[in-house]
Design a protein around this ligand. Sequence first.
Ligand code: 5AD
Ligand code: SF4
Length: 476
Amino acid sequence: MYDNNPTLTGLNKTMDESRQGEVFFEEVPNDGKRRFYIESYGCQMNFSDSEIVASILADSGFAPTRNLEMADLILINTCSIREKAEETVRKRLREFDKVKQQRPETMVGVLGCMAERLKTRFLEEEKLVDMVVGPDAYRDLPKLLEVVEDGDKGVNVFLSKEETYADISPMRLDSNGVTAFISIMRGCDNMCSFCVVPFTRGRERSRDCFSIVAEATDLFERGYREVTLLGQNVDSYKWENPETGQVVNFAQLLEMVAMVNPDLRVRFSTSHPKDITDEVLHTMARHENICKYIHLPVQSGNSRILKLMNRTYDREWYMDRVRAIYRIIPDCAISSDIIAGFCSETEEEHQDTLSMIEWANYSMSYMFFYSERPGTLAARKLKDDVPEEVKKRRLQEIVRLQNQVSYKHNQADIGKTFKVLIEGDSKRSDREFKGRNSQNKMVVFPKKAGLKPGDYVQVKIESATSATLKGYIVEN
Ligand code: 5AD
Ligand code: SF4
């Protein structure tokens, strides 16, 4: 985890940690093409962006490599969400420097949120970086590479009000061939006081719904069986057809993607408690292939803190949304993001967060302690006054409780049978498959002849930890 907290184990790790520094690759024959190496940090959106970058580079004659030493171009897609995330990237850049010392012609580019936040300052701070490219400027990469080849620095951190990369077909990197992300919108207009995202990713804009459905259809035809629709706040998806003036909202988009094929599972992330509508919940209930899982970050269980966070809902509103979910979709699992030790948080207010974890019965959570980010509303207006030891202790309490709740949540599944989409071999053994159920829980079970990733199986659960369900196939 960026906050380097060793107590965070199992499923309840931060989203960042579980995908930190993942390397994308796809080996290619010795075809004389120049090679790029790309490493991604942060949220799923960043990983999705790297696939757009790869596609743009492929069109310019580059091929991907997983081997740093072979790369003509090294790219790092960065995250700014917490200070630790940025430190990790800087450390990695030091390592890239070593490659560059051996092969000075290697180009190094910084992409994503840190590029946007630090802009040209990056070039002063990190002398060996050749290129700084913000999240809305990836189309410009081929031109920026030419600038670098001519001996200059390439910089484009322009944030767009329109760019959605709708027409770019992402190159699926390091893919299992079964599950894929589809970016449906970019940016964020919410202005949560702790969050740097509105500054690094700009204004919210939604992508043409037809290009989303076309991408889902293409993935299905290529054998993929699950898509996750991505946006900082998917519930505010809103696309107006410029020809007809017709407006498509998130519930309608969800239905359109669900109709691509009943065998294509649809997931989405992230939902905002202030925006998730009953229409979305009813759409989920209507379609078996829309997964019964909602990531609904609470951030804090206390109304005063929520107000300071500028989340625009309070504890009661959040509880009402959770009740609506369990009423309309009884078998739905809910997960959360939680921040410990936000500005001026008292012990009692922290207790409200703990009680929310139990009350909402989260299947899992991504948990962080508050890290002040320059330029945010909180950095300008509030004092980061909860001592670090207190933040860490509260985070530990949150993690401990969430682990217990996850464990109970999973134990309650013993004896149940779930439809599982096979994703590949389990981590421990090539005699076992792993896959997820609709509730997004990882399920591990012994293989059976004739089955392969992308197939659905019915698995009966025999045992469970706080992170994984284990079972056996009852029918194909
Ligand atoms: N400090 C700690 N956690 C943060 N998050 C966002 N900004 C911060 C911050 N400054 C968390 C929120 C968000 C998740 C992606 O990261 O919980 O939902
Ligand atoms: Fe990190 Fe947020 Fe940027 Fe994603 S959008 S990479 S979580 S700062």
